[in-house]
Design a binder for this molecule. Structure first.
Ligand SMILES: [Zn+2]
Length: 483
């Protein structure tokens, strides 16, 4: 493939990533034309579905519990499918649907407690993904996938960063499995007329932008993880030679989550696991349960990627940042920490080796993590340099304060869309000192920091850390879609 083609494809992918991920922020909701304050605070979605893969027919009833934060004569939900009826606070309500916007007009204006019931029936595969729609509803050889694509299967607020709990119950033909976010209920499927009913409960509020529904032929494994939390992993039955390396990676999720929680603090959700499906084409840290394209294990086991995706449960999900280095720099740093535990190179060695790769004046340093040109290749600035910035912070404040900064960044999170300025302020408050000499060169400057991530006294490392190629390879694949 020629260089020109590569560049243009990279630009397209960078643009796609921006489109797919920024929608979770309030700023983009405004840019998209949704009101800055929609007057809605949704707390819970109870989604009941019946899906027939052969005809791609989805019938559903979603019950939403929330609050109208001011008097509303009508309100909008983000939903693509054909609606058959709506009620608001147990009264039938008028509604119109257009281009993914469901406008609901109650009999009389409402304020305060809100109970919305939406009934619908449609063939979701006909709606493409896009802004605010994630990857859309994707039919697969044995079922369907909806990754970060809530409007394809349940109505929710336009502001996808606005967190709510999610319970999903779905009937699929016997012999298929249906996997969602949260914990599997009743120990498995319940036989009901028309097939098997799979029920999942998400006790902790999550972004609707990171919901998951995976229907197909999977081998499900259920076990108990750290703090007694339920672990459910699912492997497509058609993985073939990819099955073993996928399991050698994703089955280590409980061990990896436990290791990460020693750094980042308690795992923020009530369940964990993963889905591996070769009908998907990406890796996404959907809440509680990342989904991995089986092809990502073509090169063999890759526990480092599992560490990356599960780090996003803290940084990317529990904390939902505007600036992507606050997700990707942290998740890449988790790969450094995991490498150290595996004896494949320490975080210090990795950070130094990356720093030494590019001299001052090299174009790699031209894009600062805090505000890079979105048209540029973001792999190094957001992922690697973001991780190096954390190593520089650790060098400056010491391990104990560094861990306190990371943990309280999650537990003290008050905004739905965290910014770099908030992180800097947070770190300085926890450290009790100004940190301009770390953040200015590492996060804001469009040049190589004069002092390396381990401080001025550290010499170059001659030997490449063993995990370097894996972590760099993960970065370059994940950076094409920012996961
Ligand atoms: Zn990532």
């Amino acid at each position: 493939m020629g260089a020109r083609t590569r560049v243009s494809r990279r630009k397209v992918m960078a643009a796609t990533a921006a489109l797919l991920f920024v929608p979770m922020t309030k700023a983009t909701a405004e840019e998209r034309g949704a009101p800055a304050d929609d007057g809605l605070n949704l707390r819970h979605h109870a989604v009941n579905l019946n899906y027939r893969p052969e005809s791609d027919t989805l019938a559903g009833v979603t019950t939403i519990v929330g609050t109208a934060t001011r008097k509303l004569s009508s309100f909008d939900l983000n939903f693509l499918l054909t609606v058959t009826s709506v009620s608001v606070n147990n009264e039938p309500a008028a509604f119109t649907s257009r281009n993914g916007k469901l406008t609901i007009t109650p009999k009389k204006p409402i304020a305060g407690d809100l109970l919305v019931v939406v009934r619908y029936r449609d063939t979701p595969g006909k709606y493409p993904g896009g802004v605010g729609r994630g990857w859309g509803w994707k039919r697969t050889p044995t079922g369907a996938l909806a990754v970060a694509a809530a409007p394809s299967w349940y109505p929710t607020a336009f502001d996808q960063g606005d967190k709510a709990t999610l319970d999903v119950s779905i009937v699929v033909p016997t012999g298929l499995q249906a996997v969602s976010n949260g914990a599997l209920q009743y120990g498995g499927p319940l036989p009901v007329p028309g097939g098997d009913q799979w029920s999942w409960r998400g006790e902790v509020a999550q972004s609707s932008g990171l919901s998951l529904l995976a229907i197909g032929q999977y081998d499900l494994r259920t076990s108990t993880g750290p703090d007694g939390k339920q672990v459910v992993t699912a492997y497509g039955k058609d993985l073939g030679a990819l099955d073993a390396p996928a399991r050698a990676s994703v089955e280590r999720t409980p061990e990896i989550v436990l290791a990460l929680s020693n750094w980042f603090g308690p795992y923020p959700y009530a369940a964990l696991g993963g889905v591996v499906d070769k009908a998907f084409f990406n890796v996404v840290a959907t809440t509680t349960r990342p989904i991995y394209d089986g092809d990502y294990f073509q090169g063999g086991a890759n526990a480092s990627m599992v560490a990356h995706e599960n780090a996003h449960q803290w940084y990317g999900n529990a904390v939902n940042p505007v600036d992507q280095w606050l997700s990707e720099g942290f998740a890449s740093y988790a790969e450094f920490l995991w490498s150290e535990l595996e004896g494949l190179g320490t975080a210090t060695e990795l950070a130094q080796y990356y720093y030494d790769q590019f001299p001052a004046g090299h174009e790699a340093w031209a894009q600062p993590p805090a505000n890079p040109d979105p048209e540029s290749n973001l792999a190094f600035p957001i992922y690697t340099r973001g991780a190096l910035a954390l190593q520089a912070l650790r060098t400056k404040v010491g391990d104990e304060t560094f861990v306190r900064i990371l943990r309280t960044w999650v537990t003290d999170q008050k905004t739905e869309a965290a910014t770099t300025a908030e992180f800097v302020e947070h770190a300085e408050r926890v450290a009790g000192t100004g940190l301009t000499d770390v953040f200015q060169p590492w996060i804001y400057a469009a040049e190589r920091p004069a002092v390396g991530p381990n401080g001025p006294a550290v010499a170059r490392y001659a030997a490449k850390p063993k995990s370097y190629d894996t972590i760099t390879g993960n970065r370059d694949r994940l950076a094409s879609s920012q996961h």
